[in-house]
Design a protein around this ligand. Structure first.
Ligand code: PLP
Ligand code: SF4
Length: 428
């Protein structure tokens, strides 16, 4: 660990490592082996000494929710103002994590309730979440699955993985599989490729996505060998998790460039975090830097109701204010969707400013980002095709395929021409 601390000190002082040390530093396994798990190591790195009481409380916190910080991620911390540092705050425990609030839940997204077999969460009609790992390079303090990650008992076994794959095979409606965890890229290359190969063999799986934070906290995980292997999957997408412009470093850029270089589309999911990125200017900088690196901002999440996250949560209004400051002010494709993942397992619900001011039979009154109020006049002659789901006889050309279903659910059921339902009644 002494070596790890020395390396971090060099980086913190803007000095470079010599060639031999650099080989170690950029080896992801070295980073994991030297991952920071003790409070006293952080004290040494930052050259601070916590009071006995604080140390005890911090220890209690990491006994409840483990700490692990890669030396690379730690080296981004500004030691002169570490307490306000966005990197430090995402990585280092806060004793407020032990505080329980009334609103919090152990499994706020009901991922376990919606789980037909171990490891699979099947909430949406055409896609599933597949938990293939419960390890992470760094344990984010704001993690939704805090109770699960790092827990040795929930490491998925090969038999568990096969059960998940079997489930996907049987469910022909699943066209999109999201590999999640923990972090799927914490698995050895062979395991990742095994899962990808098995999923590729399933005809109805059209898209595979990997959600990983390694490009943020362990960019060296994106090795040339891994890239070489991933390049052969032509339906693979990767979603990463940058929360602050400070995380978009030279190393991050290098990892991103390798991924985009073999044609893997990248998206980014951020979490809105109090005292870290709850600022329209920080968020604008973040999304602009992301698109500069060719990563498409995908979602901004409202922080979940998981236990121990209250000090990270913001009001919803803050998120809407951020969206108000993005749309119009920067490139359209740099604007993510702000979502609240519905407690109890309702899925992601988009929220944002209202742009429709009013409506009449043929006019829509809108306002733009600057507050200009305008009128859109609807056509007098528009006659939409009345849909009876009989696509063969319809003027709109649509060759239906096997995925086409006549079943309609939710609000769509109320809108459909071919369904007489007039209200939705909650059951259970
Ligand atoms: C987020 C999520 C998905 C994917 O949702 P998209 O909006 O398609 O990105 C799928 N299943 C579950 C359970 C999820 O939480
Ligand atoms: S990488 Fe994801 S799953 Fe892992 S600790 Fe961070 S937020 Fe949680």
């Amino acid at each position: 660990m002494k070596e790890g601390i020395d390396f971090i000190h060099l980086y913190m002082n803007d000095k470079k490592l010599n060639e031999k040390s650099l080989i170690k530093w950029t080896d992801w396994r070295w980073q994991i082996k030297n991952s920071i798990k003790k409070i006293e190591t952080v004290e040494k790195i930052l050259n601070v000494s916590f009071s006995e009481e604080k140390r005890k409380k911090l220890q209690e916190t990491i006994d409840a929710f483990p700490m692990a910080i890669t030396p690379y991620y730690m080296s981004l911390v500004d030691p002169s103002d570490y307490e306000n540092d966005p990197v430090f705050k995402q990585a280092f425990p806060d004793t407020r994590e032990l505080k329980k609030s009334d609103a919090e839940m152990l499994d706020p997204l009901a991922e376990e309730k919606d789980s037909p077999v171990i490891g699979i969460t099947h909430r949406y009609p055409d896609r599933v979440l597949f938990h293939v790992s419960n390890l992470c390079a760094m344990y984010c303090r704001h993690c939704t699955r805090k109770r699960k990650v790092g827990d040795k008992d929930s490491i998925p076994s090969k038999a568990d993985l096969l059960k998940g794959i079997e489930y996907i095979k049987k469910h022909t409606e699943v066209r999109d599989v999201l590999l999640s965890g923990g972090d799927p890229l914490m698995l050895p290359d062979e395991h990742i490729l095994f899962i990808l190969d098995e999923l590729t063999k399933i005809d109805h799986v059209e898209v595979i996505r990997i959600g990983t934070r390694t490009p943020v906290v362990l960019p060296f995980r994106i090795t040339n060998k891994l890239i070489d292997s991933l390049s052969k999957y032509d339906n693979l997408w990767i979603n990463t998790h940058y929360n602050h412009p400070k995380e978009l470093t030279y190393e991050a850029k290098t990892a991103i460039k390798k991924l985009t270089g073999v044609g893997i589309p990248l998206g980014n999911q951020s979490v809105l975090l109090a005292d870290i990125n709850d600022c329209p200017r920080i968020m604008k900088k973040l999304v602009q830097k992301l698109v500069h690196f060719r990563v498409r901002p995908y979602y901004i999440y409202q922080c979940d109701l998981s236990e121990g996250l209250e000090h990270f949560r913001t009001s919803v209004g803050k998120g809407i204010e951020i969206m108000e400051n993005l749309r119009g002010y920067t490139s359209g494709f740099a604007v993510p969707t702000y979502v609240i993942d519905a407690p109890g397992g309702g899925g992601k619900i988009p929220v944002g400013p209202n742009y429709i001011v009013s409506w009449s039979t043929n006019k829509v009154i809108l306002r733009n980002y600057e507050g200009v109020i305008t009128t859109y006049r609807e056509p007098d002659c528009y006659k939409p095709a009345l849909c009876d789901l009989n696509c063969t006889d319809c003027n709109l050309q649509f060759k239906t395929d096997t995925h086409h279903t006549k079943e309609v659910v939710g609000i769509n059921k109320l809108l459909a021409d071919y369904d007489d339902t007039i209200n939705l009644t909650p059951v259970g």
